[in-house]
Ligand binder design. Structure first.
Ligand SMILES: [Zn+2]
Length: 328
């Protein structure tokens, strides 16, 4: 009898954790109503799983259902969710989930089941950890809102940073993208680096890839030529086509991409024997269709022609309102 009670108590505890995890993940993604639904589903289908060593303290019993049903995003391809540290401190359940390590930002990966794709919860470094425009030796700079411009919402300061190390840089954020794809291209030897990245951008890029394939285009993956750009990089250096004071790149919700099928530049999508802005236009049209299907992912779509440094590419962002440039 006592044994039975203990088992039941343990099971109940596990459910609570599952609910908490689902709610938390969804709060991060923005969807309180859905969180309730997901918690129910998670409860209905607890699947025993094995955790990876890195996340040994994560009770992953309810992760698979949640991961497969909701955490995958609109594309179903997301493999990571970002969690602000404030939340992990405010909510004791997350500390229990992640163990003492939750006091530290980092990547916590769970292996939902044998053979299943790993899923990562990434705890962010709070924005306030940036001092004098840097964290540690990594130079970041200052966002417009820090420089006295009264900007809010999508143009306010980011919530926090993903700390990227040589060990975690290849963590998948989705089926076709990893953390390193979005890093600013500077300070090559400085680690850790710090990254601002919006899950919605990654989701949109996956949807664009899906759309192209569904239309019969040969599209193996999207190469991110430029993802996040620190404000200091945005202001000072590098090949930053379309650079602007309020560039979405410094908010982590923009990427300059081309369809990469192995040539190291944009693929000849329309098979006319040349690689030019007509191929980029096909990619831009895919982004257009994705926005029509998912208005909440609205943003900028800009077509850029080739120059000596790069082939044609398309800028895609999720700024929240429609913007178009470079179109014929
Ligand atoms: Zn761009």
């Amino acid at each position: 009898m006592k044994q039975h009670d203990t088992t039941r108590a343990r099971a109940a505890r596990r459910m609570t954790r599952g609910r908490a995890l689902a709610a938390l993940a969804l709060a991060g993604a923005g969807g309180a109503a859905l969180a309730a639904t997901m918690a129910e589903r998670a409860e209905a289908r607890p699947i025993p799983v094995a955790s990876t060593a890195a996340a040994a303290s994560v009770d992953a019993a309810v992760v698979p259902a949640v991961v497969q049903d909701t955490l995958g995003g609109r594309s179903g391809k997301l493999r990571a969710r970002f969690v602000s540290l404030e939340r992990t401190v405010t909510f004791p359940f997350l500390r229990r989930l992640l163990g003492d390590s939750s006091a530290r930002p980092g990547v916590y990966t769970v292996q939902p089941a044998e053979g299943a794709r790993p899923f990562s919860f990434i705890s962010l470094v709070p924005f306030g950890e940036k001092r004098d425009g840097r964290i540690g030796r990594y130079r970041i700079g200052f966002w417009p809102a820090e420089l006295g411009k009264s900007l809010r919402g999508k143009y306010g300061n980011p919530q926090g940073f993903i700390e990227v190390t040589p060990d975690n840089k290849d963590t998948r954020v989705s089926e076709h993208f990893k953390l390193a794809d979005f890093l600013t291209h500077d300070q090559v030897r400085v680690w850790p680096k710090y990254l601002v990245l919006d899950e919605a951008l990654v989701d949109k890029l996956e949807l664009v890839l899906q759309d192209l394939r569904a239309r019969g285009y040969d599209a193996k993956r999207l190469h991110v030529m430029s993802g996040f750009r620190t404000p200091q990089y945005n202001a000072n250096g590098g090949e930053t086509a379309g650079r602007a004071d309020l560039s979405r790149h410094q908010y982590g919700d923009a990427a300059d991409v081309w369809v990469e099928n192995g040539a190291g530049r944009m693929a000849d999508l329309n098979r006319d024997g040349r690689v030019d802005t007509r191929d980029a236009a096909i990619l831009a049209e895919a982004a257009d269709r994705v926005e029509r299907a998912h208005p909440e992912l609205a943003g900028g779509v800009g077509i850029y022609r080739a120059n000596r440094a790069h082939g044609p590419f398309v800028h895609i962002d999720v700024r929240g309102s429609r913007a178009r440039w470079g179109h014929a």
